[in-house]
Design a protein around this ligand. Structure first.
Ligand SMILES: O=C(O)C(=O)C[C@]1(C(=O)O)C=C[C@@H](O)C=C1
Length: 354
């Protein structure tokens, strides 16, 4: 082929590329409008039936030179790109999205600011077992400078035969001890009927991983003013996590903190896989404070300090760990809770000035 001919054909391709680009952009804009319409109607964005119909129609009209498989592949790519456009447009509209609210949300837990410049440390036993156990822990935490005490009173356990928690009595113990030492408290609530009542006893309501998509609980949490600590579900995507937070914020409770607690993968070396990349992604996508639960994500005391350091380095606004006066006798998660000496060592190693 002479050089002149090659140039001419390339010129033709350049012009087709231009037309394709214009058509693709036009297609993208229409897909965006379809996405907005679907949003209004509450219809799912992904529509495999519609995609199949379009592909079948295109293949039926295909006269070559591309074979049918190639045509299917090329158009499928376009559908996926359009779907992505629809979804990212949607995320832009979420109240929890940074696109809606540029500045970091700072959640005030009494005089403790979460989401400010200084990362916080939340510590305490997995379960509230007795007044003495909580009091001993609180005294040690106070002496170490920790301001937020955690303790589970309602325990959603895998087995119904495992310790289920002390319930309201556990919340009362937390309040009594926290009042004595001037600490703030976090505890999980599992029943929408307890959400309002919980505000009388604790400073932050935790919604646990297993309840991240318990929508009635999320709605109840959105109807109160108590700050909420929302845990990422065991197998929840970041998008699902943010949508759960949206349930709360959209009902008026803007005081929401997110906490990464490890996700379920094939890896057995840790209890769950700490998704450290979720921290910067959540910070980019959302204005809500992001914490990391290093105890549940790793389930291993020997790597808790490096994981906590990684969390802070990745931009986390806080770290949560479990500590128990006598982990060997703990009624839940005995293996992963630190004793007091281990906790003090952890604090020193992580260098969190609490
Ligand atoms: O037709 C629709 O319902 C669309 O949302 C558009 C579109 C497309 O790009 O063609 C995008 C995503 C759906 O999975 C199906 C099709």
């Amino acid at each position: 082929m002479s050089n002149g001919k090659l140039e001419e054909l390339r010129g033709q391709l350049d012009s087709v590329n231009q037309q394709l680009l214009e058509l693709l952009s036009e297609r993208g804009r229409i897909a965006q409008q379809i996405g907005q319409e679907k949003e209004k109607q509450g219809v799912p964005k992904y529509d495999p039936v519609r995609e199949k119909e379009m592909l079948d129609e295109l293949v039926a009209q295909n006269k070559g030179p591309f074979d049918n498989e190639t045509i299917r592949h090329l158009f499928k790519q376009m559908f996926q790109a359009s779907l992505k456009l629809q979804q990212s447009d949607h995320v832009k509209h979420l109240l929890v999205s940074r696109k809606r609210h540029k500045e970091d949300t700072i959640v005030s837990v009494g005089d403790v600011a979460v989401g400010g410049k200084k990362p916080i440390l939340v510590a305490g036993p997995c379960s509230v077992e007795s007044y003495e156990q909580v009091r001993k822990t609180a005294a040690m935490l106070k002496a170490s400078g920790v301001t937020v005490l955690r303790g589970g009173a309602f325990k959603p356990r895998t087995s119904p035969y495992d310790f289920q928690g002390l319930g309201i009595e556990g919340l009362q113990i937390l309040k009594e001890v926290a009042d004595e030492f001037g600490l703030k408290t976090i505890s999980e609530i599992v029943d929408p009927a307890h959400v309002e009542l919980a505000g009388q006893y604790i400073d932050v309501i935790q919604i646990g991983a297993r309840n991240m998509q318990n929508f009635e609980l999320l709605k109840a949490a959105g109807d109160v003013k108590t700050p909420i600590l929302l845990k990422r579900g065991l197998a929840a995507t970041i998008d699902e996590f943010l949508h759960s937070a949206e349930y709360i914020v959209s009902r008026g409770n803007t005081q929401v903190m997110l906490i990464e607690r490890g996700i379920r993968t094939y890896e057995k070396a840790t209890r769950n896989t700490l998704d450290i990349s979720a921290v910067p992604i959540l910070k980019l996508e959302s204005h809500l404070p992001v914490l990391v639960d290093v105890t549940h994500s790793t389930g291993r005391k020997d790597i808790m300090a490096p994981c906590a350091k990684a969390a802070i380095a990745a931009g986390a606004d806080g770290v949560m760990v479990e500590v128990h006066p006598d982990p060997a006798t703990a009624l839940s998660d005995a293996a992963q809770q630190m004793n007091f000496d281990e906790f003090r060592k952890f604090l020193e190693e992580v260098g969190l000035s609490v």
